[in-house]
Design a protein around this ligand. Structure first.
Ligand code: S3P
Length: 436
């Protein structure tokens, strides 16, 4: 177990990078595995979750060379080239790995078993098991398929028309992958703009996928998927911690280079700007089918604001750190329609409230969100990650403005999405120590 110790009152300045996007890294490995030829991935996220995806694809018979920790070559086996794994597939703590993989494996002619950490075995799987069964998949899981471990037997899938009950990119992607192994045209409708990296990447690989507003059509490819060279953009979900850090630390001005600014992911930029943050997107360009920009952010006073509705899915992973920003904003911030926070790595409504309160924040949980009153002069002290990377990172950011010393215990989890976080903050001028 390691911990991060943070001292406040150091303005942040300079230029930095964040590690590669987690969602895109998973997809690049998985889709590259069923393409034909060599997919070369640059700026891969070398974190626990994405390494789990690499391992399970190897277990499915795919050769993946790690040329350097963030540079991979995936030797694609073609759409029908995966082989039966001779052991249980360990998805570690990665919901994206488990849910997308279930869709990929549901229509295979072999049996597979999927499991992961105790934490992931508590997360809901019925949201994928039910629609996959509707396509003819043979899946079992604990409590009737509500929880992993999952067992998937060979099945012939049929296409389905399906309205997603929740805006979830993991569920959407799971069903799109299953749709590539089903007979007929699969049609998925989504209630909100969940991240669309699956659609973009499959399209770039030449899959028969069509996006018609909130409706997506997919069918079995008649041509092999093309192997690509993919440059993974910096993860905006990781950049979010630095955006908030600079926005709330007086005197700060930083630039985060090469950040993915896919519009299904930029809710945090819009939200912070609505609160008064000074964030500028420079050098906007496209790389590997994804928009990328440099983000410049300077300290500014923030105002409490209300967030809800369709914007929530575009910043779902950033809500704990948005709550930290709200503790420093003038007035009340309300976050609603975010009930999905309860089924992330932790119940992020409960854990954000319990840990921010330890630092003196005025924060109340609601069924589907948070109410935060500010500004509060936070008081440093010991806080706990609860094994949740985004919570650990958000608490470290809170430590930048909390009086005295803040120690985040269980901080090794930051490596799930932001390896090198402590060093990055330090290089920007923060006083951060990582200890084992
Ligand atoms: C992800 C989708 C989101 C997000 C997660 C990554 C993805 O989950 O919270 O961190 O890569 O598809 P949901 O689909 O459960 O909302």
């Amino acid at each position: 177990m390691s911990h991060l110790t943070i001292h406040p009152n150091h303005p942040l300045s300079g230029r930095c990078h964040v590690p590669g996007d987690k969602s895109i890294s998973h997809r690049a490995v998985m889709f590259g595995s069923i393409a034909e030829g060599e997919t070369v991935i640059h700026n891969f996220l070398d974190g626990h979750d994405c390494r789990a995806t690499v391992q399970v694809m190897r277990d499915l018979g795919v050769q993946i060379d790690v040329d350097a920790p963030t540079e991979l070559t995936v030797h694609g086996q073609g759409i029908d080239g995966l082989i039966e794994p001779n052991r249980v597939l360990d998805c570690a703590n990665s919901g994206t790995t488990l849910r997308l993989l279930a869709g990929l494996l549901a229509g295979q002619p072999f049996t597979s078993f999927l499991t992961g950490t105790e934490q992931i075995r508590r997360r809901p799987m019925d949201r994928i098991v039910r629609p996959l069964r509707g396509m003819g998949a043979e899946i079992i899981g604990r409590q009737g398929g509500r929880y992993a471990p999952l067992g998937i037997a060979p099945a012939r899938l049929r296409a389905m028309e399906y309205q997603l009950p929740v805006a979830s990119a993991q569920v959407k992607s799971c069903l799109l992958l299953a749709g590539m192994y089903a007979k007929g045209l699969t049609i998925i409708r989504e209630p909100g703009p969940a991240r669309d990296h699956t659609e973009r990447l499959l399209k770039a690989m030449g899959a028969p996928i069509q996006v018609l507003g909130p409706t997506i059509h997919i069918e079995r490819p008649t041509e092999p998927l093309k192997a690509l060279e993919i440059v993974v953009p910096g993860d905006i979900s990781s950049a979010a911690f630095l955006l908030v850090a600079a926005s709330i630390t007086p005197g700060s001005r930083i630039t985060i280079a090469n950040v993915g600014v896919n519009p299904t992911r930029t809710g945090i930029v819009d939200a912070l700007q609505a609160m008064g943050a000074r964030i500028r997107l420079d050098n906007l360009r496209e790389e590997s089918g994804e928009p990328v920009a440099d983000l410049e952010v300077r300290y500014n006073e923030l105002q409490g604001t209300t967030f809800g509705g369709r914007e929530i899915v575009t910043m779902i992973d950033e809500l704990p750190v948005l709550a930290v920003a709200a503790t420093q904003a003038q007035g009340r911030t309300v976050i609603r329609d975010a009930g999905e926070l309860r089924v992330k790595e932790t119940d992020r409504i409960a854990t954000t409230v319990s840990e921010l309160r330890k630092l003196g924040a005025r924060v109340e949980p609601t069924d589907d969100g948070l109410i935060i009153d500010g500004p509060t002069r936070l008081l440093g002290g010991p806080v706990e990650s609860h094994g949740d990377h985004r919570l650990a990172l958000a608490l470290a950011v809170a430590g930048l403005v909390a009086k005295g010393e803040t120690t985040v215990y269980g901080a090794e989890v930051v490596d799930d999405s932001f390896p090198g976080f402590g060093g990055t903050l330090r290089a920007l001028g923060a006083e951060v120590k990582i200890e084992d």
